[in-house]
Each structure stands twice: as C-alpha cells, then as structure tokens.
Design a protein around this ligand. Sequence first.
Ligand SMILES: [Fe+2]
Length: 181
Amino acid sequence: MHDLVVRDLEQARNRTLGLTDLDDPTLVTQHDPLMSPLVWDLAHVGQQEQLWLLRAGDPARPGMLPPAVDALYDAFKHPRAERPSLPLLPPVEARAYDHEVRGRVLDLIEHTPADELFTAGMVVQHEEQHDETMLATLQLRLADHRDGVRAAGPGLYGGFAGLGGRRRRPGGSSGGRLTGR
Ligand SMILES: [Fe+2]
C-alpha cells in the first residue's frame, strides 16, 4: 500500500513539474480570467499537501510558510480573478517549497499505518485535479495564440482548425466545468 501511494504521489508530481516547466513570465501570467497563474497552482499543491498531511488539516497549526504567505494559497480566501495580483512565491521558490514538503511527507508516510493512508490518496487526487486545471490553462493560452494567428490572416497557417474546433465564448468565458480550485 505504501508503495502505491508513493508511486501515485510521484506520478502526480511529475505531471505538475512537466506542466510547469516553462519560463517565469509564462508561469506568473494569468492566461485566462477563469484560471490562476500557473505559479499559484504550483505552490498550492504543496501548500495543500502540507496542510492535510503535515498539519492534520488544521490551518491554525504552524506551517512551513509564514502565515500570510500560506494564506495566499487558500482557494476560498482568494478567487482566481485576484490571484495574479497576490505576492505569490516566485517559481523557483514554489518548486523548492513543494520539494521540501514532499520530502517530509515521504518520511511521514513511511511510518504511517496502511489503513491511515486515505488522506494521502486524497492529496494525490487533489494534485491530479490541479494538473488537469493547469493543462486546461495551457490549452486556453494556446487557443489565444492560435486566435491571434488566425486574426493576422489566412496566409500564415491558413485553414488551421484550432483545438478540435473549440471556440471560446465572447468575453473570454470558456464554458464547461473546471476542476481544481
Ligand atoms: Fe486545490
């Protein structure tokens, strides 16, 4: 059981790191009003992992981040629209934080009875949901780029169909339900 949880945690993290293997300007930009800057998701997965596995879900317990910084990654306090204006951790610090949390979590899991690993499974699913959200963000970014190419004229990539023919609604709403708060 421990091996499976560790494997799933690592798989989710590999996806997260793969999706955020981008330059800093791309990570800190909000590519769509419905979505967070990717750097917010990047640190949020670590913050939630720490909260639920190292602080027993109690935000009043001391964490690894200063309380004011920790609170930046509370999805209920900060809706997506305002996240670009928050003093978020830069990408390099977000990655280092996630790495530090994960090291402590792996140490803890090693000494956790198998029948108490349920919360770790939930943390895996949470990170997977954010991986899905980040992928959607990147697709929206790509769609914007393609719309720009299309607006520039048919001579560039003439006939390009976009993301499966998907079109965005006026005003920027993509429609559909997005996971990962
Ligand atoms: Fe979340």
